[in-house]
Design a protein around this ligand. Structure first.
Ligand code: MN
Length: 717
């Protein structure tokens, strides 16, 4: 029997998710299949949910699976007293709602039959084919794993290898665990706690890695309630108190809706309540909760490019909190998740976090690998596969899973494997760093250049001597940040080996196993004298390359001040043209425009030629020295930064701009094409002499390959 039983009356319920009444399913299931041609009522909810995602799905096989499962489990009860069939039905419904394909649902209906009933694997194979049989077998084995005794590490390892070929097995396992967690109330408290701990330590990280957000958040709340009942109650009370008619997020959502409508962008603006654990985390991080912390805005659009259009509007019409900006579209996380994240300041200073994604991205964010459908089927509707080096390309084997399978080959004893696996799953966040050859590496947060070296070069990394991080020399101990570009440097001397203190900086199992392995193969390499060992360096090969500080942006305060523009008519009102935003010492040409004002362009601005072509007479204009009209406002300039897309790019660029004392008047970000992004900023500088320094500082931002003056300003909101 499966270890847990159901209790439909369990007190733990999420707020927003409508749920099928399992009691009713139970009663219907008891009546059993009533007709040969019609779907039994009990399975019809599953069928409906399945058809919603897959309108053409063939439901015959589901009906057959239900009939077999129902008849073979008949007479079995869960601890709650309900017919056992309610469990596989509920598990299958969870998967159907996430959009799983028919084969997964079929296997899910049968997932406990081989373990708990007379049904054999051969029978499953005969009636439902190899694929369903393979999935049922995988789930059966996985089910034994969690409750196994002494052989746990070795069993788990075997199971992981067995299921490593197919993430659908894990999807079923996660849904199975979710239903068991939902119905844990009938268990003794010690048993609840034990199951909740395994859920927290293994299943939730697994859900995170597989990108199944909907399962992950609910599992988190269920485990939280069992393992931290007091904090759970506090959080529940806070959420209840904050739920009222004047949600400050509503106001901001309305503003966002109007802003996007005015801009002609069709988008759906929703408020997404945070789950309990998320509210609890925000509270721990900030100490106190703001009214806007109980949810986030979710903006759903049709096309990828619309995401950037929305971002541009929000950053123009609201004050953005730039440090909150993250681009998970240009550089997706390794669990398939794609979105833009930002935060905007609403009325009265309330800060709202905003997620921007397409409907498709949303589906993948919620359902992760489950939404990808049958990984073996050729789906003509699927997006084209990216290059093979991209870990996201193979949904059956995400990058971390491949790594796992690699370690289990190199880690010879199960304990090492088990420990490293648990450590790896405990890293709840991954960062993406860029290789200089254009590829990317997914590493756990806190990973260092040691990890990057082993991730990129395997055992060749034994000869590492240092690294370049964002173009600058860095020690191997340097901790990497999301979006860094890293280039490990290897010595020519291939006989040399790692330093023991690298273990202090290695966060990834791959690096730890490789380093430990090298020392066990080289027992003569005594640990270096701790007095002389360089805690950060590459051990026996002398001093590491010194890391150089980021060059401070060059800023000149001694240059000429922008001092207004002198034109022939001293009474004329002078305006600087928006199209080319001239600054000293640009050569100028003016034209009289409507109302008698003179608009001044840079001499090479195409507008000048165009005006002359249609017969407009130019007005001489030049920069004047001394105090002038423009000195108060400073000078305006529009710059275009061409970059390779990466996380934190916008944040780093705007930081460079702020450091150079320039203010952003408006900004647009064009959607990336082939990983390239174009940012256009209209900026106000206190002093035109600061422009070269500003442009240098922007060019120094990692990923930026060109910064130039624009002919046209960024549109303002
Ligand atoms: Mn089960």
């Amino acid at each position: 029997m499966s270890a847990e039983a159901a209790d439909p009356g369990a007190p733990l319920r999420r707020r927003s998710r409508p749920r099928i009444d399992l009691r009713r399913l139970g009663r219907v299931a008891l009546r059993g299949p009533v007709s040969r041609d019609r779907l039994p009522d009990a399975i019809s909810h599953v069928a409906e949910a399945h058809r919603a995602h897959h309108p053409d799905a063939d439901l015959t096989i589901l009906r057959r699976a239900y009939v077999l499962a129902e008849s073979s489990h008949r007479g079995q009860m869960r601890k709650s007293g309900e017919p056992y069939i309610t469990h596989p039905l509920a598990v299958t419904l969870i998967l159907a709602e996430l959009g799983a394909e028919t084969t997964t649902l079929t296997a899910s209906l049968l997932h406990d039959t081989v373990e708990d009933t007379e049904v054999t694997l051969d029978q499953v194979k005969e009636q439902f084919g190899d694929e369903v049989c393979y999935l049922v077998d995988g789930v059966t084995k996985l089910e034994k794993v969690d409750y196994g005794a002494a052989a746990e590490p070795e069993t788990f390892r075997k199971m992981l290898v067995a299921t490593g070929n197919d993430v659908r097995v894990m999807s079923i396992k996660l849904a199975d665990r979710l239903h068991n967690m939902r119905t844990l109330g009938v268990m003794r408290p010690e048993k609840q706690a034990r199951i909740a701990k395994v859920t927290r330590d293994v299943l939730i990280p697994l859900a995170e890695r597989l990108g199944v957000q909907a399962l992950k958040t609910e599992l988190e709340d269920l485990a939280f309630a069992i393992l931290h009942p007091e904090e759970y109650e506090e959080t529940r009370a806070l959420i209840a108190a904050a739920t009222g008619p004047d949600d400050p997020l509503e106001t901001i959502a309305d503003n966002v809706t109007h802003t996007l409508r005015d801009a002609g962008i069709s988008a759906e603006v929703l408020i997404r309540p945070r789950h309990f654990v998320s509210v609890h985390r925000v509270r721990r991080k900030r100490g106190e909760l703001r009214g806007t912390d109980f949810g986030r805005l979710l903006v759903l659009v049709g096309e990828d490019a619309d995401c950037y259009a929305v971002l541009g509007e929000l950053h123009t019409c609201f004050t953005p909190v730039i440090s909150e900006f993250k681009d998970f579209i240009a550089a997706p996380k390794f669990n398939l998740y794609q979105s833009l994240h930002t935060a905007v300041v609403g009325p009265e200073g309330a800060v709202a976090e905003v997620l921007i994604r397409t409907h498709r991205m949303h589906k993948v964010a919620e359902a992760g690998v489950v939404a990808l459908g049958n990984p073996y089927a050729q789906d003509p509707a699927a997006p084209p596969q990216t290059e093979p080096s991209d870990e996201r390309a193979d949904p059956t084997r995400p990058g971390w899973l491949s790594r796992l399978l690699d370690w289990q080959e190199s880690a010879t004893d199960p304990d090492t494997f088990w420990t490293t696996l648990r450590d790896d799953l405990a890293q709840d966040r991954e960062i993406t760093v860029f290789r200089t050859d254009g590829g990317t590496l997914g590493l756990p947060a806190g990973a260092s250049c040691v990890d990057a070296a082993y991730a990129q070069y395997g055992d060749l990394a034994h000869t590492a001597i240092g690294a370049r991080v964002n173009g600058r020399l860095a020690t191997l101990s340097t901790v990497l940040s999301d979006g860094d570009t890293v280039q490990p440097l290897l010595a020519q001397d291939t006989a040399s080996g790692p330093s023991p203190d690298w273990l202090d900086h290695a966060r990834t199992p791959a690096a730890r196993i490789a380093i430990t392995g090298w020392f066990s193969d080289h027992p003569d390499e005594a640990k270096p004298d701790p007095e002389t060992a360089d805690a950060t360096g590459p051990g026996t090969r002398g001093e590491p390359a010194a890391a150089t500080e980021r060059e401070a942006p060059a800023r000149s305060r001694s240059g000429p001040r922008p001092t207004g523009v002198v034109v022939d008519d001293p009474n004329a009102q002078v305006r600087l043209a928006g199209c080319c935003t001239p600054v000293p010492p640009d050569e100028l040409t003016g034209f009289v425009v409507r109302g008698g004002a003179v608009t001044v362009h840079r001499r090479e601005c195409p507008a000048v030629a165009a005006m002359q072509e249609i017969g407009r007479a130019p007005v001489a204009a030049s920069w004047a020295d001394g105090e002038g009209r423009e000195s108060d406002a400073g000078c305006r300039v529009t710059l275009v930064a061409e970059s390779f897309g990466r996380p934190r790019l916008l944040a780093d660029l705007t930081e460079a701009i702020a450091t150079a004392d320039a203010a952003i008047v408006s900004a647009t970000v064009e959607p990336p094409s082939e990983q390239r992004v174009r940012h256009t900023y209209t900026l106000r500088l206190p002093d035109a002499a600061g422009l070269p320094g500003l442009m240098r500082a922007m060019r120094d931002v990692a990923g930026v390959y060109d910064v130039s003056r624009a002919q046209h300003p960024a549109p303002t909101g």
